[in-house]
Design a protein around this ligand. Structure first.
Ligand SMILES: Nc1ncnc2c1ncn2[C@@H]1O[C@H](COP(=O)(O)OP(=O)(O)OP(=O)(O)O)[C@@H](O)[C@H]1O
Length: 265
C-alpha cells in the first residue's frame, strides 16, 4: 500500500493541499481529477518523493521504513506528461534499454516495445518523435520499470483512440497482477472506464468516489454535498460518504463529468 497521511503541500505561502490522506492499494487504478492548477502534479511528485513543493506529512511505501530510500524508490515510479522525462538526443530504444538496466527489469525490450506499439520507431530520436509517440514511450518506460506503484501524470494526453484503448488494457492487466496505479487526467470518459476509484481535489482537500467508501445516507438528496462536507470536516482520511456514486469495480454509477460539474461549476 502507498499511504499518504496528513499531507500538506505548498509553494511559498500558498497551500495547495492541506492535511490530506488516502491509500493507493496494489491492484487498484485510481483516477485523480481536478481543474488546472489544483495540485495534481504536485501531489503525484510528492508521492514519488520528488520534492518540488514544501511537503509535510507522511508517505509510507508498503512496510518499508522511511530510511530505506533506495528500496522505496524502486517501488514507485512517477511518469510526467509532455515527454519531459525523455532525452531529445536519445532514441526510443535507448530509453527502453536504459530503463531496463536502471530498474533491473525482467521484461525484454522487444516485448515491451511490441506491447506498447513503439516497436515501429525504436531507432527514432525523441526529438524527431511526435507528441503522441513521446507519450507512448513515456508509458512504455513506466511499464518497463516494473514498479509496484505507477504515478501517471495525464497518461492519455496526445494519444490517439487506439493507443488510449491499448494503454487502458495494459493498465488494467498490470492492476490485475497487483500494480497500483494513480493517474491524473482531464479525459473523464477514460477515467470512468478505467478507474476503480476517483479522487477529486476540492477546497485543498480530497473527495474520494469509490466502492470502498461507505454508502451515502439514503436521505441525502445530493450525495455530493455530503461528500464535500464530510471531507472538509474530516481531513484525516479521504473516505467521505460518497460510495454510492460507484458500483463495484471500474463500472461507475455516476459519471465523472457529472461529479466534476457538481464539484466545480
Ligand atoms: N515550482 C513551482 N513553484 C511555484 N509554484 C508552482 C510550482 N509548480 C507548480 N506551481 C503552482 O502550483 C499550482 C499547482 O500546480 P500543479 O502543476 O500541481 O497543478 P495541476 O493540477 O497538475 O494542473 P494541470 O491540470 O494544469 O496540469 C499551480 O498554481 C502552479 O502554478
Amino acid at each position: 500500500m502507498l499511504s499518504v497521511t496528513n499531507l500538506t503541500l505548498s509553494y511559498g505561502g500558498r497551500v495547495l493541499l492541506q492535511n490530506v490522506s488516502f491509500d493507493l492499494e496494489p491492484g487498484c487504478i485510481m483516477g485523480l481529477v481536478a481543474p488546472n492548477g489544483y495540485g495534481k502534479t504536485t501531489l503525484l511528485k510528492a508521492m514519488a518523493n520528488i520534492k518540488a513543493a514544501r511537503v509535510t506529512g507522511a508517505i509510507a511505501v508498503d512496510d518499508l521504513p522511511a530510511n530505506q530510500v533506495a528500496r522505496r524508490r524502486a517501488r514507485v515510479f512517477y511518469a510526467p506528461g509532455e515527454g519531459t522525462l525523455l532525452y531529445p538526443g536519445m532514441t526510443v530504444g535507448d530509453h527502453l534499454a536504459m530503463t531496463r538496466k536502471l530498474w533491473r527489469s525482467q521484461s525484454s525490450i522487444d516485448d515491451v516495445a511490441r506491447a506498447c506499439r513503439v516497436d515501429g520507431f525504436l531507432s527514432k530520436r525523441v526529438r524527431a518523435c511526435s507528441q503522441g509517440m513521446r507519450q507512448q514511450l513515456t508509458l512504455a518506460i513506466a511499464y518497463m520499470t516494473g514498479a509496484r506503484y505507477l504515478l501517471l501524470d495525464e497518461p492519455m494526453n496526445a494519444l490517439d483512440p487506439t493507443n488510449v484503448q491499448l494503454n487502458s488494457a495494459i493498465m488494467r492487466s498490470l492492476a490485475q497482477r497487483g500494480t497500483g496505479i494513480i493517474m491524473s487526467s482531464h479525459i473523464l470518459d477514460n477515467v470512468d472506464q478505467l478507474s476503480d476509484k476517483i479522487l477529486f481535489v476540492k477546497d485543498k482537500g480530497l473527495v474520494l468516489f469509490g466502492p470502498s467508501a461507505p454508502a451515502a445516507p439514503a436521505s441525502t438528496a445530493s450525495p455530493l454535498s455530503s461528500a464535500s462536507a464530510s471531507t472538509a470536516a474530516s481531513p484525516a482520511h479521504a473516505a467521505p460518504s460518497a460510495g454510492a456514486h460507484f458500483a463495484s469495480g471500474p463500472a461507475c454509477a455516476s459519471k465523472a463529468i457529472d461529479i466534476y460539474n457538481e464539484l466545480y461549476l
